[in-house]
Design a binder for this molecule. Structure first.
Ligand code: IMP
Length: 420
């Protein structure tokens, strides 16, 4: 039996999809604990490509249990559409569970997400506009609607009536926008509730029973450490805790039961949306990484900003998550470069290195490593990597002081060097 967590160690999009899919092979339960359909995981199985947003990657395996924990915010319409798409491709939902305590993304959340971004103008966050921030805001403000409310018609009617009156006042008086119709939302959401009801349960209890029955449980992170509401580049962050600590509050599973916390980082760095990014490349090197790494968002299709690996930020991610091992992805993207730069510290900042990186106030200091010409796509043996690639990986491992156990060498399931 093992309990493992996988979290993004950068600004999301580190290639967690492939890692979680691989780990899902040995897991009995795979659990999402934070975020919503702002996330996007791409999993390639043979010739089939799956893009998952809310549904755990274990759905690709019929006998594994896929769980959406209470820390996730669920857009019922988006979830149903994702489920339908997967059902059409022959996948089963017999082992799918949704927490009754998860909060629901409502139409006004999506509306406010867009309106606030517009109002902020140049200072916008660059959100996915899926209503995630406003849904978490309502959760904390104690006016959220939970899944257990959604599936209870009387409760839902009362809660919606109450909260919509308030939301419509803001739409009308603050934003000068059209009010939303109670009847339309009620009709859409009650229909959705009927579809989702069979999957709703006490998922904390489900996981407790799984643990007591020696099952392998695996928590699948979304987004990344540097987007965390507490530890990320605030305010340019998402509104949840995608870090390892979020697992416990986001699933009702206690910290003493966790064995392993796996971080995932790219061999370079990307981010979507606005916010600081000290090692960002604005030249042809940035375009090279973007094109060779296919750096376009799964959820929004936006081009990702690209830059060099930032070691102070990676060390920060090791610290705030308590990572026990690292998966280094997309090393193959760097093949063909004459030299590879890595940020090792920041100018004028000797004491508070991670904050300098998070706020983008200080210029990065780089060390330069020789690149390699050989195409390493699909290599599975560390010793078959060019010596420059080996040195580059060993250097990172030494700096972060935890083992790099998996090295990604391409997009397919089997394109990886497993070192454990
Ligand atoms: P939100 O989560 O839609 O509110 O967006 C807040 C910030 O997080 C924006 O910069 C988004 O681009 C970023 N973000 C949210 N989800 C993801 C993700 O899955 N991958 C990468 N960035 C994300």
């Amino acid at each position: 039996m093992a309990v493992k967590i996988v979290v993004g160690a950068q600004w999301g999009d580190e290639g967690k999809g492939k890692v979680t899919d691989k780990l899902a092979e040995t897991a009995d339960y795979v659990v999402r604990f934070s975020g919503g359909n702002n996330a996007g995981h791409t999993v390639i199985v043979e010739d089939d490509k799956y893009e998952l947003h809310l549904i755990p990657s274990s759905i690709l395996y019929p006998n594994k249990k896929s769980v959406i924990g209470n820390g996730v915010v669920i857009d019922p319409l988006a979830l149903i559409s994702e489920m339908e798409g997967l059902k059409e491709r022959g996948l089963s939902f017999d082992n799918f569970y949704i927490s009754e305590q998860a909060h629901v993304v409502m139409p006004y959340h999506k509306e406010f997400d867009g309106l606030e971004e517009k109002r902020k103008g140049d200072n916008k966050i660059g959100t996915t506009k899926k209503g995630i921030g406003p849904a978490y805001t309502d959760k904390v403000a104690r006016r959220g609607i939970r899944v257990c409310d959604l599936i209870n018609e009387d409760k839902f009617k009362k809660k919606l009536d109450n909260v919509l009156e308030y939301k419509n006042l803001i739409l009308d008086k603050v934003y000068n926008e059209k009010k939303l119709s109670y009847e339309n939302i009620l009709e859409q959401y009650l229909k959705a509730a009927e579809i989702l009801k069979p999957y709703v349960t006490d998922t904390s209890k489900l996981l407790d029973e799984a643990y007591k029955n020696d099952k392998n449980i695996f928590f699948e992170g979304a987004q990344g450490t540097l987007l965390d509401i507490d530890y990320g580049s605030y305010p340019y962050v998402t509104s949840s805790n995608p870090t390892a600590g979020g697992v416990c509050t986001g699933s009702g599973f206690g910290p003493t039961r966790i064995d392993d916390i796996i971080g995932v980082a790219k061999a370079y760095l990307t981010r979507v949306g606005a916010g600081p990014f000290p090692t960002e490349l604005f030249n042809e090197m940035g375009t090279f990484l973007q094109e060779k790494g296919h750096e376009y968002g799964v959820t929004t299709g936006r081009a990702r900003r690209c830059g060099w690996l930032d070691l102070p930020l990676l060390k920060y991610a090791v610290r705030v998550n308590g990572l026990t091992e690292l998966v280094l992805t997309k090393v193959d993207v760097l093949s063909g470069l004459e030299e590879i730069k890595v940020c090792t510290s920041y100018k004028g900042d000797s004491c508070n290195i991670s904050q300098a990186g998070l706020q983008g106030d200080n210029e990065p200091i780089y060390e330069i490593y020789p690149g390699w010409n050989k195409d390493i796509k699909g290599i599975q043996d560390f010793n078959k990597l060019p010596s420059e690639a080996q040195k580059f990986i060993n250097m990172i491992e030494k700096e972060i002081e935890i083992p790099i156990t998996v090295i990604g060498t391409g997009p397919e399931r089997e394109d990886a060097i497993i070192r454990k």
